[in-house]
Write a protein that binds this ligand. Structure first.
Ligand SMILES: Nc1ncnc2c1ncn2[C@@H]1O[C@H](COP(=O)(O)OP(=O)(O)O)[C@@H](O)[C@H]1O
Ligand SMILES: [Mg+2]
Length: 468
């Protein structure tokens, strides 16, 4: 787990002087951002009547510091200038922030320590301000406990937090880069899914934010019942976010963990995913991260494809080696050209896992058997119809040329197989009822034979009588 080293070495010190009663308290923070406000939910709670419940926010990263007034009623004044709400402004060294009768300054940690260093010469130094109980102690505890990125993140995104018009209700999922909350859209009075990026090093966060922006752009091109709907996207103090339709149910990963589904059901699921791909590919979007955790099985039974975070819009040219190893096509491993056939591979890997209970190629974090010369997918399992195995072999071929060319072609093949496996079997016709009277030509052979035999016996008996 990553620890923000520069933040550990350079904590943020906030000195708060109350000009009304001349008291001074210093606070120390090892994580960014620091939320300032009257409510005890804040990192720096200031229980004064003129401070808003969520008044402002200080972000810091090494030497860079900035302050954002969150739209407080009584406002914040920086170096004599009233601040516009919700606009981040830099906090230069020596900056003075005034909220009502409070004066906030941000001494460097070294300066703060020097002020109280014994043995200094010159005029007697004023008494160093008392350190707020729990302030530095909390910092020391954080240092000792190697604060986790999750803890820092919870400072911004937590149930009850209000971000713009969205109130976070509870966390409902997390992936490799996103954190998803159920949220209440206070304006439209509806429940939504609110997706933001997970914390990490600045470079990581920037990459994740870029990914979230790309995800918004990709889903915005699409409108399909098998693809999660994007309602909105924006940026708040917590970073960029997406607002998506809230899905009820579980991911396909969850369904698969509980056991195998029959192959007819598996084909139905694959067909739903293929519809989504057909639409996405026609719109020029390649998903590139198809896997059970990115497919949602709604309580209604509907299937929705999620997470277009590494989708590429055809012609976009960004074909970095990204994806999830177990479902990655060889061209993704090799950073080669990735197109709609890359998604066919991912979708087929899901179907293969659904019907055989295992992945088509042995895979580790760093490599896959799909890269070995002459690789062939493992698609055999009892009960899997040969026609389905044949399709899986082609769709999972290391050579994209062998695969159905896009979502539409993959869909057509799946529909054909479903049709073939569904076709009612031809039962043997029941025996016809015995007619009362028959035309002479319809006498069954056995009766004719019996008749001939009887006639022959009759003739023989007649002959014997004559001889006598
Ligand atoms: N619209 C949604 N409704 C309900 N749950 C969702 C929604 N979007 C995502 N999730 C849940 O959050 C998890 C992570 O979301 P995802 O978009 O896959 O994030 P990441 O890009 O980090 O992989 C999903 O596996 C799913 O459980
Ligand atoms: Mg995901």
């Amino acid at each position: 787990m990553w620890v923000a080293l520069e933040e550990l070495l350079e904590p943020l010190i906030v000195r708060v002087e109350d000009t009304a009663d001349r008291s001074t308290v210093e606070y120390a923070f090892a994580h960014s951002p620091v939320r300032i406000g009257r409510s005890v939910r804040n990192d720096l709670p200031l229980p004064h009547g003129f401070v808003s419940a969520s008044h402002g926010l200080v972000e810091f990263d090494g030497a860079l510091r900035r302050y954002t007034d969150l739209g407080s009623t009584n406002g914040s004044v920086l170096d004599g200038e009233p601040l516009a709400p919700r606009v981040a402004v830099p906090l230069e060294p020596g900056a003075e922030l005034v909220i009502g009768s409070l004066r906030l300054t941000f001494p460097s940690p070294a300066a703060s320590i020097t002020a109280s260093a014994p043995g200094s010469t010159g005029p007697p130094e004023p008494e160093p301000p008392p350190i707020r109980a729990g302030g530095i102690t909390a910092l020391m505890q954080r240092l000792a406990a190697a604060p986790s990125e999750e803890r820092a993140w919870q400072d911004v995104l937590y149930p009850g937090a209000v971000i713009g018009r969205f109130e976070l209700v509870r966390e409902i999922g997390r992936g490799s880069f996103g954190l998803v909350f159920e949220a209440e859209d206070r304006q439209l009075r509806r429940r939504v899914a609110f997706k933001a990026v997970r914390p990490g090093r600045n470079s990581q966060v920037m990459l994740r934010q870029e990914r979230l922006q790309k995800e918004a752009e990709a889903i915005a091109q699409l409108a399909h019942p098998n693809i999660v709907t994007l309602y909105d996207a924006g940026t708040a103090e917590s970073g960029p976010y997406l607002v998506l339709e809230l899905l009820q149910g579980e991911t396909l990963h969850g369904t698969m963990r509980r056991g195998r589904v029959g192959h007819a059901h598996a084909i139905e699921i694959a067909i739903e995913i293929a519809w989504a791909l057909d639409h996405a590919h026609a719109a020029g979007v390649v998903h590139r991260d198809l896997k059970p955790a990115n497919v949602f099985v709604c309580a209604s039974g509907a299937i929705k494809v999620l997470d277009f975070g590494i989708a590429s819009v055809l012609g976009g040219g960004d074909l970095r080696a990204v994806g999830t190893p177990a479902y990655m096509a060889p061209e993704q491993w090799r950073m080669g050209v990735q197109d709609a056939r890359t998604d066919v591979f991912g979708a087929a890997a899901i179907l293969c896992e659904l019907v055989t209970g295992r992945l088509p190629y042995r895979v580790t974090k760093d490599s896959s058997a799909v890269l070995e010369p002459g690789a062939r997918p493992m698609v055999d399992a009892p009960g899997v119809p040969e026609v389905l195995r044949g399709l899986l072999r082609r769709a999972l071929s290391p050579d994209p040329e062998d695969r159905p060319k896009d979502g539409g072609a993959w869909l057509a093949e799946l529909l054909a197989i479903q049709e073939e496996l569904d076709r009612p079997r031809v039962e043997p016709a029941p025996p016809p009822p015995v007619p009362r009277r028959r035309a002479s030509g319809e006498w069954p052979l056995v009766l004719i034979a019996t008749g001939i035999a009887a006639a022959a016996i009759g003739a023989l008996v007649w002959g014997l009588v004559l001889l006598k």
